[in-house]
Design a protein around this ligand. Sequence first.
Ligand code: CA
Length: 361
Amino acid sequence: MKRREILAGASALALAGCAGEQQECAAGDAGRSYTWKMVTTWPPNFPGLGTGVSRLAKFIEDASNGRLRIKVYAAGELVPAFEVFNTVSRGTAEIGHGAAYYWKGKSEAAQFFTAMPFGMNALEMNGWLYYGGGLELYRELYAGFNLVPFPAGNTGVQMGGWFNKEINSLADLDGLKMRIPGWGGEVLKRAGGTPVNLPGAEIFTALQTGSIDATEWVGPYNDVAFGLHKAARYYYYPGWHEPGPVLECIVNQQALEALPNDLQTIVELACSAINDQMTAEFTARNAQSLEQLKAEGEVELRPFPNDVMKQLRGLTDEVIADLVARDPVAARINESFASFRKTVGAWTKISEQAMLDSRSL
Ligand code: CA
């Protein structure tokens, strides 16, 4: 309810004056129509991510009976993928879709709101964000950038990535140049590798030409769509670095405040709906694409060795401890994140995990 109060308060503020091209700006003006530009970090109509965003835009238009129209721009159409945050922050576009860990150059703490290696899965992340204090911290952090964030999609646990050599020990990561964003990249660096952050659309060519040795992207559904299985032999699991990454909608604060309450609520509800729908889509399509990959028989599926996972977990603890020591905002968010993970972990262990284990007894 707190969020609703924040939004309601914001609407009241909007009554005091609306700038820019908005002529009539009384909140609650039911006859007024709005057109927003939406910039995204995804390739045009990319399966799951781009299509999910198009669905989000359609939800908002349909639910508002056309009073709030969203014109979606794929990465590079209006601005490059990694300019989404700045563009919405400035208000050049009113809304954007991407992932918080792309903005670690703005605030390293933003990464908590996408994924921490060995952190929480999709169910647990939603628990933390909606009912564990996570969303309040997320909003507080982004308020400093003139943005209101909404969780708007979750891929579920990702794959570990594509490699052209076997990973048998941590030493096999030494010297490896890999596309891996966020803290996963920091962990790779501590293992002697070189992390690279490339937008999705550039990954295939980089891998095929050898300008990177390895890459992670999402999971079978999205990875096959890029043809990554044609550029690497080994497909490792699980995605230790992204156990349940949250995708985000970011809305320019003034643009949101200029909307009447019902349209603000529609934006919020549409984001919440797409948050669930994307996970459902990824679950179904990843399974189908995995089946297809296996049937083609050209890719070797491999689990990371347990020793490698344990060492990567140790390096993750070091990365987070160093961040918390130098960044008080990150320390505060980590306190909430770590505490929730501990509590929810005890529940997950005897619920989802026990049930899943029982399927393979
Ligand atoms: Ca990824």
